[in-house]
Design a protein around this ligand. Structure first.
Ligand code: FAD
Length: 363
């Protein structure tokens, strides 16, 4: 057991004391530590790289289990390869491992900080790829059943920066299985225009996984989205707000130049009495994804913005990231986040939702 504070274990470098920090280096140790916390009925949480967490200055009166379990196993599966990875492995180290072997499916997710075990929690995504494209299953230690279970990806309700794990399922990911394509080092389609253009290709052109990884790392570096101790803009939790998804009626009220990306709605199940004629269900309004960065900029909050006297600032490279310029408190980050939310709501009537997990904080 170590005395610690969230400020030492999160990329935002804020957050108060942790009552009890336990480190789990082997999966048996992880299960044992969690079981003990559950038996003692004390508050508990899992912690990986702390790159998607904003913890309050009051800290946490419970057990934080730092997941540091390591190990990658590979097995062939038809024309692909399945990687089974322990939860504490670094996500980006696993991407590098897959790219080195010419395996495709994770290359556009290069440079995302954090651990393998946390990746399913918000179904990480970037540059046209999401974890859900390759995720086969997770091994979970479930606090409700007290059992270690193999859970298929289809049961995790994976969506845009969301999953059942982020929204209520009380469980810790102990291992993750992804299935990657073994296609001679060829990457999947370049779905993201900015990535295709950085590679000097069209969106249907081919690229290698190595080329995609290198281009993504360059793009991310230019936006302060790869952790770098020499770049204060990376003292953040990445994108602080998700891109809002609104129905088309709301989207129509925005200025003509607001970026809009249509989202296919989930079809509602249609239940008809036996023998009745099928009828077309009423058309649901189409959902539209907006750009949170655009809304923030157009509401008058620019890069580098900070409230008077505050040590929290909007990144100087990207309006979506809130940063700790040095010595900021969690409260200063929260004040800035509330200010941004208020500006965007006042200007456009759209409420921005935070992307990181909030601990002891309401936004
Ligand atoms: C510079 C920067 C860039 C980023 N870019 C992106 C991006 O492009 N796309 C993207 O999606 N995200 C991005 N992020 C966010 C973040 O890196 C990811 O969400 C990452 O998966 C978090 O991993 P972590 O190990 O740091 O999780 P933590 O911050 O430690 O934990 C986050 C949440 O997951 C829970 N958790 C952690 N481990 C487990 C586990 N084993 N089982 C169950 N729950 C667990 C924690 O309790 C907490 O609620 C970025 C962050 C930073 C700082």
């Amino acid at each position: 057991m170590t005395t610690a504070a969230f400020a030492d274990f999160t990329t935002l470098r804020v957050g108060g004391p942790i009552a009890k920090l336990e480190r789990a280096r082997h999966s048996r140790e992880l299960v044992g530590l969690l079981r003990r916390a559950w038996e003692q009925d004390e508050p508990w949480m899992a912690l990986g790289g702390g790159s998607n967490l904003l913890a309050s200055d009051d800290g946490y009166d419970g057990t934080v289990v730092l997941v540091e379990t390591k190990g990658i196993e590979t097995r062939r599966d038809g024309d692909g390869v399945v990687l089974r990875v322990q939860a504490g492995e670094s996500w980006d180290a696993v991407v590098a491992y897959s790219v080195q072997r010419g395996l495709a499916g994770m290359e556009a997710l290069s440079g995302i900080p954090g651990t393998m075990g946390a990746a399913p929690v918000q179904n990480i995504g970037a540059y046209g790829q999401e974890l859900s494209d390759t995720l086969v299953a997770v091994e979970l230690f479930d606090a409700t059943t007290g059992e270690v279970e193999q859970v298929p990806a289809a049961e995790l309700e994976l969506g845009y920066r969301s999953s059942a794990l982020k929204h209520g399922r009380d469980a810790v990911v102990t291992a993750v299985e992804v299935r990657l394509r073994d296609d001679g080092g060829r990457a999947g389609p370049l779905r993201y225009a900015q990535l295709a253009s950085a590679l000097g290709r069209g969106q249907d052109d081919a690229a290698t996984v190595r080329e995609v990884r290198d281009a993504v790392l360059r793009l991310r570096g230019s936006k302060g989205m790869v952790l770098d101790p020499d770049d204060p803009d990376t003292r953040s939790a990445g994108s602080f707000f998700t891109n809002p998804i609104v129905d088309e009626h709301v989207a129509r009220t925005l200025p003509a130049d607001a970026p809009r990306f249509p989202v296919a709605p989930e079809p509602e199940p249609l239940v008809l009495p036996l023998g009745s004629e099928p009828v077309a269900p009423p058309a649901a309004p189409t959902e539209v994804k907006l750009s949170a960065a655009w809304l923030i900029e157009r509401s008058g909050v620019s890069r580098g913005f900070r409230l008077p006297g505050s040590r929290a600032a909007v990144s100087s490279k990207h309006t979506l990231a809130l940063t700790n310029t040095g010595g900021a408190t969690a409260e200063e980050v929260v004040e800035l986040a509330r200010f941004v939310q208020t500006r965007v709501f006042a200007e456009f009537g759209v409420r921005l939702q935070p992307e990181p997990t909030l601990l002891g904080i309401q936004l």
